[in-house]
Design a protein around this ligand. Sequence first.
Ligand SMILES: [Fe+2]
Length: 204
Amino acid sequence: MQMDSFDKLYLDELKDAYNAEKQLVKAIPKMVKAATSPELRTALEDHLEVTRRHVERLEEIFQDMGKPASGKTCKGMSGIIEEGQEILQEDGDPGVIDAGIIAAAQRVEHYEIASYGTLRTFAQMKGDTKAARLLEETLNEEKEADQRLTQIAESSVNIEASDVDEDEWDEDEEAERGTGGTQPGRSMSERDSDRRGKADGPWT
Ligand SMILES: [Fe+2]
């Protein structure tokens, strides 16, 4: 596409955000499955619903413009999701994994906050007050999601994660494998695959 007008740039940015949201609708359920903290799982589930609304809002804007919504892959979001997916596949303490999921989810939110801030301002510049209002609603919901993740991290998940000591974790695992363990005879990889079984493969 020749980027020779503000309208084209606006449409291109809208398509980028639309594709990013569609990627997230697929990725968030995988984060939910990998998360252990009930508070974090609920926050992610709530944000999945909110993300579906973001998709609908963008579709409404495309419809009002008489333009197609598809046609672009958001490489930025693909990269953030791909990197975040690594934590879902790691072995380790569930609390530490949760802290990593929050870190990944907040990178997603900040990317979206940047996108929607720009889009809202572009819509205002064009004098499209309806689109500007819809984009601002989404922007505010992305900010709320980010703040909620910060609150969960600071009030519980990060505190629990920072209590996990690598050597202690190894000792606990040894004890479980030895006599008197809750599930003797099972290898660490078997138990880990149970936990990881909650996340069925990559996010996308
Ligand atoms: Fe969103």
